[in-house]
Design a protein around this ligand. Structure first.
Ligand SMILES: Cc1ncc(COP(=O)(O)O)c(C=O)c1O
Length: 386
């Protein structure tokens, strides 16, 4: 019998390749024939095209989203002796990148509804003794949901810190009509294959309206060079390769249409799940457009529901099974100056349902039916929305 996990729920990166196959194959061939594999015409064109898509002036292509954060922090001189606040409910990459830039990490809590960085928790971190060293907060638009930029900005202004954006999950989201990536002085994007705009390997970019900052990031991504083999500043090696850039140029053209499909499928989920009792669907922040990188529901028995869905052939996932402060490599009291109750509650309850542009509405209906069945089984009784 056909496995529903692969027929109804094909993995996004492979489907995305199949959909764009002709264009991608031609683009890769073009790069191979050009003989230019790093920092060439494709990378430059993609930097310009992606910055224009975001609605800003400059893009600096790097090796990954993690590198994008590191390069951005280094260019802003946020390193040893400085601290950066990041949400604990996020990819561990954010803490890793801050550490690689040489700065210290302080973890803050999320908001109960949106799950993005909580302005009150940021303020509590800034008021704590460790808060005096904070230079910036890295604001993650988690799952494609915009953070409370207005609330965070008020806190940042009061305490004199900089806000930076992590848009790894936010390609195409908007806050009060302003696209993710245009709110801060600089913003980091990831093009990891499963992201809304995904490469066929690792790639990332920093975007900024500031030409001087972009120039500095261009130096840092390649050993601090402005001229070949002259290191004006201390840099790293993080260049987006030409094949990834060429592939991303092909895929960028269909991103707006893909976002429309994500939004349509998310609306189908929400309509169906609102009518039930088992899970709490995500709520979109007022005035914002969600990019639906993940469709994340809350359930008081998230583990059991995930098991139930997986045994029904539905690839439901936990984002994140552990918050950063719960990761073995990051269990350190110094990183956690304030309590993180909402993060801990979310970790126990969140479940990401399958959502990408190649899912049929039938697949979404099947997931919703499986959730209803969970509620009707003996195992599901008593499990209610939280
Ligand atoms: C919020 C966030 N920031 C940063 C990253 C790092 O991106 P990359 O995997 O391209 O290094 C990720 C990817 O998982 C992410 O989700």
């Amino acid at each position: 019998m056909a496995d529903p996990a692969t027929t109804l729920f094909p993995p996004f990166p492979h489907q995305d390749y199949l959909h764009h196959r002709q264009g991608i194959d031609a683009a890769v061939q073009r790069v191979l024939e050009s003989g230019q594999f790093l920092l060439g015409a494709e990378g430059k064109a993609f930097e310009e095209e992606f910055a224009a898509y975001v609605g800003t002036s400059h893009g600096v292509g790097v090796g990954s989203g993690t590198d994008a954060i590191e390069v951005m922090l280094r260019a802003l001189d946020i390193g040893p002796g400085c601290k950066v606040v990041v949400p604990s409910l996020a990819a561990v990459a954010v803490a890793s990148a801050v550490g690689r830039a040489g700065a210290g990490v302080l973890l803050a809590d999320c908001e109960p509804e949106s799950l993005t960085l909580c302005p009150k928790s940021l303020e509590a971190v800034l008021k704590s003794p460790a808060g005096r060293q904070v230079k910036a907060a890295l604001v993650v638009h988690l799952f494609g949901q915009m953070a409370d930029w207005g609330g965070l900005q008020r806190v940042a202004q009061e305490y004199g810190i900089m806000l930076l954006e992590d848009c790894a999950q936010g390609h195409g989201a908007t806050w009060n009509g302003r696209p993710a990536g245009t709110l801060a002085r600089a913003a980091a994007f990831s093009f990891y294959p499963s992201k809304n705009l995904g490469a066929m390997g690792d790639a990332g970019m920093v975007v900024t309206p500031d030409g001087e900052l972009a120039e500095c990031m261009r130096m840092i991504r390649q050993y601090g060079w402005r001229r070949s083999r002259v290191s004006e500043v201390e840099g790293v090696n993080s260049r987006m390769d030409e094949m990834q850039a060429a592939v991303l140029r092909v895929k960028l053209k269909t991103l707006p249409e893909q976002l429309r499909v994500r939004r349509r499928l998310a609306a189908v989920y929400s309509r169906r799940l609102e009518a039930g009792e088992m899970v709490r669907p995500p709520v979109v922040r007022a005035g914002c457009e969600h990019a639906w990188h993940q469709y994340v529901v809350r359930c008081s028995r998230g583990d059991e529901l995930q098991e139930w869905l997986q045994s029904s052939g539905v690839p439901a996932a936990r984002h994140y099974p552990l918050a950063i402060h719960q990761q073995p490599g990051y269990r350190c009291a110094e990183l956690v100056p304030v309590p993180l109750p909402e993060t801990e509650r979310a970790v126990a309850e969140v479940l990401s349902l399958p959502l990408h542009p190649y899912l049929a509405e039938e697949a979404v209906e099947m997931v919703c039916a499986a959730i209803e069945q969970f509620g009707e089984t003996a195992g599901g009784h008593g499990s209610r929305r939280v």
